[in-house]
Structure formats: structure tokens, C-alpha cells
Design a protein around this ligand. Structure first.
Ligand code: FPP
Length: 284
């Protein structure tokens, strides 16, 4: 081996690991947290509820049992978000890729979905929760499509927690859809191509009118965003919890919120510096 290659390799071995690798997982053994003050809480939390299948398999149960247990966790996390004054909660429940799972699993998930909406809609509406489905509702089976449209229509005027459930959702498909809607608006003479800026683009997303995601939580130890809200996650803090989704509870959620509250968000700026107002000023 050449000497310069050897020193480079040795150098790499002693270089500190990048932050995303050294993030301390939120573990059950961490000290019990208390809820951060309201001003330190994220406005918009997104969750990738991962690990239902592994939770079930590790107990010798069918995967559908993992999804049923995952639905219980979801119920509790929605209630906690409402109790703690989180403005928006976006949950990744079924991706466009999930149709490729076995017929039994897809049908179990669709059954749970229907059951969930039928059993929860009264309580959610009473709590003033506004439900929005992120994704292609028309591509869902008819009974589910009806239940989703009904849930959205019934809670349309509610002003409490904004609960977004991603179903038949793909992030790139959402971006392509926004581009299509913008192209149509140009064609119809409603806007000029030059009018298309970030704000205009965001107005064509399923999350129009909502703040960007502040915190993304993913369970099961996987560290990926999996085509979930690619636009909205641009500046999100990410917290990865090693537990499987059915084991995720209020205490773990609170720990994630504490980790978020301890992060230093700079949005590309430098802390403590007064931002320059003009580009010209900076150029001088
Ligand atoms: C990921 O775990 C989870 C899903 C694909 C489904 C999430 C669904 C629920 C929590 C319940 C149903 C939803 C509603 C809104 C009632 P996985 O199956 O990919 O787990 P694995 O990675 O261990 O296989």
C-alpha cells in the first residue's frame, strides 16, 4: 500500500465520527424526562412508525398483530400530542410502496384503518382535531376512501391539533403532483412561471398552510426518511428511537421532545451573529 493512502486511512480511523452516527439512541434506561416548556416544543412533529413487523415476529406473532399493537401506540401518541399542545402531527401509516406487501398484510392494515376511523372519529372530533390525509385517497379501496373523506369533511372546521395521516403516500409523487398543479395553473393563466417561488410551491402540497416539520421521529433504529415529506423535512431535526413502534409510548415521546429541545437549530445561519440585511452590504 502506498504511504499516502495508509496515512489517509489511519487519519480516517481517528477522525471524530459524524454526528448522525453518534446520536445517542433514546433508550428505556435514559433518565425520566419532563416535558420541555411550550416555547421549546416543536410546532410540527412527523413520525415514521417503523418496526411493527419485527415487534410481532420477535414474539412469534403474525405481522398483522404488530400493526394492531401499533394502532394502540398511535392512539396514545395522538392523545399526548393533543394534551401537550403540539400544533401538527404527521404520521406515516401506508406508503405507495406498501401495496407490494402480502395480500394478508395489506388487507389487515386496511381493516385496522377502517376500524380506527370508525372507533376514533367521535373522540377526535370532540377534541377539535382536524384530520387531513396526505396521499392519494382516490387510490384507496372504496370503504376506506369513504371513511377518510368522511373524517376530513367532518373535522374540516376544527381548530385543534392538525392530525395528518399519510396513506397511499409517496414524497416524490407529492412533489410531482405539486409540479403538475402549478403547470396547470400556468396553463389556465392563473399564475406566471415567474410567480413560482417556494411559497407558491408549498401551497400545492398536501400540507399547504402548515409549518414545516420541526422534528422527525423514526422508531426501530432505522435511520432513513423513506420518501416521507421530503420538502417539509428540509430543516427538520431528526431523532431515532431504537424501540419498535408498538413499544413507543408517551415517556419515549417526551424523551424525543427533550432531545429536540436540546438541539441548536441555526437554519444555515451562525448563532450570535446579526444577520446582514443586504447581499450588497455583505459583498463590501
Ligand atoms: C411499519 O412497520 C409500519 C407500517 C407500514 C404500518 C403502520 C401502521 C400502523 C401503525 C397502524 C395502522 C394505521 C392507522 C392509521 C390506523 P413495518 O411493518 O415496516 O415493520 P418492520 O420494518 O419491522 O417489518
Amino acid at each position: 500500500m502506498r504511504f499516502d493512502k495508509l496515512t489517509r486511512l489511519l487519519g480516517n480511523a481517528f477522525r471524530p465520527k459524524p454526528e448522525y452516527i453518534t446520536i445517542t439512541p433514546v433508550t428505556a434506561s435514559a433518565p425520566a424526562p419532563t416535558l420541555p416548556p411550550p416555547e421549546a416544543l416543536p410546532r410540527h412533529v412527523a413520525i415514521i412508525m417503523d418496526g411493527n413487523g419485527r415487534w410481532a415476529t420477535s414474539r412469534g406473532l403474525p405481522r398483522s398483530a404488530g400493526h394492531a399493537a401499533g394502532t394502540e401506540a398511535l392512539r396514545d401518541i395522538i392523545r399526548a400530542s393533543d394534551d401537550w399542545g403540539i400544533e401538527a402531527l404527521s404520521l406515516y401509516a401506508f406508503s405507495t410502496e406498501n401495496w407490494s406487501r402480502s395480500k394478508e398484510e395489506v388487507s389487515a392494515l386496511m381493516g385496522l384503518l377502517l376500524k380506527y376511523f370508525n372507533s376514533e372519529i367521535d373522540e377526535l372530533d370532540e377534541k377539535n382535531v382536524k384530520i387531513t390525509i396526505l396521499g392519494d385517497v382516490d387510490g384507496m379501496p372504496e370503504p376506506q376512501r369513504q371513511a377518510l373523506l368522511n373524517a376530513m369533511a367532518r373535522t374540516e372546521d376544527n381548530r385543534g391539533l392538525r392530525l395528518n395521516i399519510a396513506l397511499n403516500y409517496g414524497g416524490r409523487a407529492e412533489l410531482a403532483r405539486a409540479a403538475r398543479l402549478l403547470a396547470q395553473a400556468v396553463k389556465d393563466g392563473e399564475i406566471e412561471p415567474g410567480d413560482i417561488d417556494e411559497e407558491e410551491f408549498a401551497s400545492k402540497l398536501y400540507t399547504a398552510g402548515l409549518p414545516d416539520v420541526d422534528l422527525l421521529i423514526r422508531t426501530s433504529g432505522e435511520m432513513r426518511t423513506s420518501n416521507f415529506l421530503p420538502w417539509q423535512l428540509a430543516y427538520a431535526e431528526m431523532v431515532f428511537d431504537e424501540c419498535y413502534w408498538p413499544d413507543f409510548d408517551r415517556a419515549r415521546y417526551m424523551k424525543c421532545l427533550c432531545v429536540y429541545a436540546s438541539r441548536d437549530r441555526r437554519f444555515g445561519g451562525v448563532k450570535g451573529q446579526t444577520p446582514s440585511t443586504e447581499k450588497e452590504e455583505a459583498a463590501n
